[in-house]
Ligand binder design. Sequence first.
Ligand code: BEZ
Ligand code: FE
Length: 637
Amino acid sequence: MRSFDYSPNPARVVFGSGTAKRVRDEVERLGHSRVLLLASPQLDVPAGQVSDVLGDLLVARFDGAAMHTPVEVTEQALDVLREHDADCVVAIGGGSTTGLAKALAVRTGVDQVILPTTYAGSEVTPVLGETEGGRKTTRSAPEILPETVIYDVDFTLGLPLNLSVTSGVNALAHAVEALYSPQANPIVDAMALDAISGIARALPRLREDPWNLDARGDLLRGAWLAGTCLGAVGMALHHKLCHTLGGSFDLPHAETHTVILPHAMAYNAPATRDVMARIAAALGVPDAPSGMYDLIVAAGGPTSLRELGMRETDLSRAAELATAKPYPNPRELTTEGIVALLDDAWHGRRPEAPTSDLTRLTEQVVESFSAAAGTRVATLLTDLVRHLHGFAIDNDLTEGEWMTAIDFLTRTGHITTDTRQEFILLSDTLGVSSVVDLMTNSRTPDTTPSAVLGPFYVEGPPPKAHGSDLAEGLPGLPLWADIKIIDTAGAPVAGAVVDVWQSNEDGFYDVQLPDFDGPVLRARFTTDDRGRFTFWSILPSEYPIPADGPVGQLLDAVGRHPFRAPHVHFMISAPGHQRLVTQLFVNGGAYLDSDTVFGVKDRLIVDFTPQDGPTPDGRELDVPWRLLDFTFRIAKN
Ligand code: BEZ
Ligand code: FE
């Protein structure tokens, strides 16, 4: 079970196309009537629309917001706010305008209504980064969080494609790092995955048509959700690297996020396999880091630090700075590791995650069967290799575990003799024999169901006359079997050869008892004209399969018992008919529900009815006996 804390950031969100028309209602909803509008000259048109809607609520406009929220600019805006006695700020723009609104709110307590025009996501976080005298400080407080965010998708239509891509990937980075944050929780996971799939779907569509309103909507919703994740949980390596590169090497913010993200993911992938698998699924690709890289290429985003203007000679200093102070990250941070990451990012190499190598390896092995392509053997080997490789990869199999498996199979081989088949036992206890049996024999529903052969069948059992005794005097409750063989039309099958074998009263087959002289409790009968034969035997009992070898150890390791439910085996062969290998289980016997080889089928559980009257063939018995009266139905060829 996963334990977690979750504190939602209580901002109101108004989302859609044309929602800017609701800005006056939203200001009034907050109980305010004197608005300072924060905008910029580039956004004159949407700012004009918002001014019109605000009407007489608008008391002033300030257009001077700048990157990194310099305190000098905040002070100028503060003067305007005070001069006009504003009680609310409405900010339209990207991260800089939102930053200024937050800086005013934290100083004066004014409420904020934000109309984002980029995919920054900062409008839903309670975090403010400011610069003073070239120094950047960051703080977090509830009053920094804007009260209302109006996402008007129409306002993002004009955002140039390159900015849309880089700020979209910036949002993706929030979602990715939220998923492996120590504070992650199911709510954040759901938002992050929805953000990733929404943004990943939107970016390539925007490249084709930057005015696609649906794609813009997906991107903006993704950015909002990713921003919410950013506000809710801590970030890791990716964000640290981007801040270092931006702060100390003056690289542009969103572009740096775009270049670094696939490489930070590749670095963390070995420690976050589950998360990467979920991201890959959200992206719709087999591998998350390379899939992220491909997405950025497809969207036309930058892929190398070189193209952002970084010098190659600065890489090792950047790595040192980024690893100087410890911070939470799923994978241990080493300077060499980060140098290698930055080197890949500087050259713009596509990350080759380990799974990519593994996929290639699997494909190489599959390719090695190509000379036999189309044959059954190549088909089976191909699928076997894919499953075996997948098994090793999915379980992160260690060399020690694989050697244990090889040793297990070696011992299985060594213990196998003419009379002890440990491989069949293994196949039986893993249910594989029953799977193959079901697939082979369930195609004739009108016939008696089949069941596994088991390891104790011996070719060529002694032929016996009808009515003879298989037990040959061995102790046990006498059993009279009256068996008929018919076809699916109900006609008796004469001349059918039926091999019967079973265990003794203690649960052993003759081949398990080396001191036993000759075959016993096994025989071959041939049906008469009415398709019938009879014999005496003893009531079979439950018995453990041989558990003194590797299969027994396997059962032990998982706390499974080794018992089979009591049964008698039959192998029925008749010219012109399909062979039937099956077993009849004693109704009421032990282990019917947990047979260790998964061989029991309801239609094979039959009455071995207690009797105490005279016997059918006049045999003198002074003890009760059992009657097995059963008709097998077999299919014609
Ligand atoms: C048997 O019924 O003889 C048997 C079947 C599978 C495994 C071991 C025994
Ligand atoms: Fe058996």
